[in-house]
Design a protein around this ligand. Structure first.
Ligand SMILES: [Zn+2]
Ligand SMILES: [Zn+2]
Length: 648
């Protein structure tokens, strides 16, 4: 008997090992039709997987993240099948799911055009109606190479060669006469792919941009129902209006300049002010939580990165000053992370167990050489500032300190209004990945990941697992956030590192007089300030909470004679630290109101004869609309309270 614990807590028994798909059919045909993949003990598997041991058994439908990914990955195969049937000479490169759909890269004579997309989309619909089942089969590396060579799939042959030293079998998926090298998972057939929309085509590269071959990429999305596609397309249109890359520029938070470069935003006074406010707040809270502030250089000799491992594992991501391959001459690199710099603070003298945990933190500017195709407003940039911490601790302090980091991050994210939309990802290594991607042995990784799993489960964190998303030195808890278009990025990360202390010779003297290696937690607490600002602009549609708004209040005198009274109120508020302006232009009140509304000022105060005579103000609030005239003292107290409590 095999016991399966279902999501609702009930237990289902099966006589013998059988494919997950058969188990789901037994539970109910309705569920089977909606199922995309399964989670066995929290890990995602294909429904074709044979279940042969007791486990937690969870069916993932399109509503779930794993379900969507499986559905969209299958849609990418369907698209590739359509392309191959229309353009038999096209070569397949790769085709994963994305956060909102899928893409596939092809080598073709002529890059695809929008007219081609129409044809391919029509072909996909035709093939989906045929309802091909997907079959999974395995081949040895030699057999796999033979099959792909016969089909002239050069890119697949190259991929197989990368894996063939392991002696493991490779899996393929087949539908009709279309075959793709693929790890899966996939849905059972293409029939559920009822609504498809191919969205765009762009150039892409195989390998690194400079030497890689030019490919043609098609982006698309797909849904089980036409109404869901309509809803998605409507949302994308609405998203364009909230995109921080649009409103952040219109409202003059930031700009970019060609001769400075892509991914290097220039913060204008409003954006700079918000970042300053966030930074002061974060630094104060962290220091109150026992963090020690450091200030370390923005670049270093390559020697430092060789010790840390960045030179071996992260060279492509760094900006190098000098020739990285000329060992004779001095060569520097801008820092992509603060860790190796902050460790020097610990290394300054011998440390005792009594000094641990040592919670080092720094408001740190970092530089990462991101792909130019990835740049997006303030979300994907090449230079950013982040509160980066490294907690150096004894193994027995790991759980408590990790918990502290998570609580701190949650407090910050909740206060800025983003926590409710965050998701958690437990990012693990991939034992199958090419050797040079990760440091350490399999045992060390299993140990670190097991420790992290225990902590996350104890804390009741509801997480997804991300395979091959770890840092090169350890597993991570990533707190993820989606932009208006549904694309996901990491906002905050908390990482467990049991490897780097040894590389740097970081020891502490324990109670028993022995020298021991500490553990290190790498953590951010709010996420980089630029990205946080971007997400806030989108979330609040440009109207930031009062405590962060670069201009909090604008006074609008109706006539020239009201200006003096307005200025007096403004001076009082300014003296209290509020950010206030007076619109003294010779314009009518309607024009002034319109301007303040377009600039999304949280509070407008309208001043006319009535207000001057009764020592009141008429208030228009972005949140509450028009309020009755109120005494100036009452208004100031209201605003002061809203700012002090950091109300959302
Ligand atoms: Zn695939
Ligand atoms: Zn670090």
């Amino acid at each position: 008997m095999i016991k399966l614990k279902l999501k609702d807590g009930s237990v289902r028994e099966i006589e013998k090992a059988m494919p997950a798909s058969e188990i789901i059919k037994d539970i109910g045909m309705g569920l089977y039709k909606a199922a995309c993949c399964v989670k066995l003990d929290g890990e995602v598997f294909d429904m074709r997987t044979v279940v042969d041991h007791d486990c937690h058994f969870e069916v993932m439908t399109f509503d779930s993240k794993a379900g969507k990914e499986t559905f969209w990955h299958t849609a990418s195969h369907l698209m590739a099948q359509a392309v191959k049937s229309l353009y038999p000479e096209a070569k397949l490169a790769r085709g994963p799911a994305t956060d909102t759909g899928f893409y596939y890269d092809f080598e073709v004579e002529k890059p695809f055009t929008p007219a081609d997309l129409e044809k391919i989309q029509a072909e996909m619909k035709k093939l989906a109606k045929e309802g091909y089942a997907l079959e999974r089969f395995e081949l040895s590396a030699d057999e796999a190479i033979k099959l792909m060579e016969e089909r002239h799939e050069d890119y697949k042959v190259e991929l197989i060669h990368k894996h063939d030293d392991k002696g493991e079998k490779l899996s393929f998926y087949k539908q009709g006469d279309f075959v793709d090298l693929c790890a899966g998972p996939h849905i059972m057939s293409v029939a559920p792919i009822k609504a498809v929309k191919l969205l765009s085509c762009t150039g892409a590269y195989w390998g690194k941009a400079e030497d890689g071959k030019q490919l043609s990429r098609i982006y698309g999305t797909a849904f089980p129902k036409a109404s869901m596609l309509d809803e998605f397309l409507k949302q994308q249109e609405e998203a364009k209006l909230r995109d921080h890359n649009k409103i952040g520029r219109e409202l003059e938070y930031f700009t970019t300049v060609d001769c400075i470069g892509q991914g290097l935003p220039v913060m204008l006074p409003k954006g700079a002010r918000v970042i300053q406010l966030l930074q002061r707040w974060v630094e104060d809270v962290e220091q109150a939580k026992g963090c020690l502030l450091t200030k370390t250089p923005l670049f270093a000799k390559r020697d430092l990165y060789k010790i840390s491992g960045h030179w071996d594992h992260y060279l492509d991501g760094m900006f190098i000053l000098g020739d990285p391959y000329d060992e004779e001459k001095e060569c520097f690199a801008l820092r992509p992370m603060t860790c190796p710099f902050q460790y020097q603070v610990f290394l300054n003298r011998q440390r005792s167990y009594r000094e641990l945990p040592m919670r080092l933190t720094e408001t740190s500017t970092l530089f990462r050489n991101e792909d130019s195709g990835e740049m997006h407003g303030l979300i994907r940039v090449r230079q950013f500032t982040i509160s980066e911490g490294h907690y150096i601790l004894r193994p027995d302090q790991l759980e408590e300190e990790f918990k502290g980091c998570l609580e701190l991050a949650k407090y910050f994210l909740d206060t800025v209004g983003l926590l409710d939309d965050c998701t958690f990802r437990f990012s693990q290594w991939d034992p199958a990945n090419p050797k040079n991607k990760y440091e350490g042995t399999a045992e060390q990784w299993e140990h670190a990941q097991a420790a992290m799993k225990t902590i996350l489960d104890d804390l009741g964190v509801d997480y997804d697992i991300g395979i091959d998303e770890a840092a090169f030195y350890g597993p991570k808890l990533d707190i993820q956030y989606k932009n208006v278009y549904g694309k996901e990025d990491t906002l905050v990360t908390i990482q467990i590192d049991m490897l780097l202390a040894e590389r740097f010779g970081m020891y502490y003297v324990d109670k028993d007089g022995q020298k021991k290696l500490p553990y290190i937690i790498h953590r951010t607490s709010l996420g980089c300030f630029e990205r946080t600002l971007a997400y806030m602009l989108e979330h609040f549609n440009g109207v930031l909470p009062l405590w962060l708004a670069p201009e909090q209040v604008r006074l609008l005198p109706i006539k020239e004679g009201h200006a003096e009274y307005a200025q007096k109120i403004a001076d009082r508020m300014t003296a209290m630290g509020m950010r206030v302006t007076v619109d003294n232009r010779d314009e009518n009140i309607g024009t002034k109101i319109k301007a303040a509304r377009l600039e999304r000022i949280p509070y407008m105060l309208i001043i006319g004869d009535n207000e001057v005579n009764s020592n009141t103000v008429t208030v228009r609030s972005r949140k509450e609309g028009e309020l009755p005239a109120m005494p100036v003292d009452e208004l100031i107290a209201k605003l002061d309270e809203e700012i002090k409590t950091k109300a959302k």
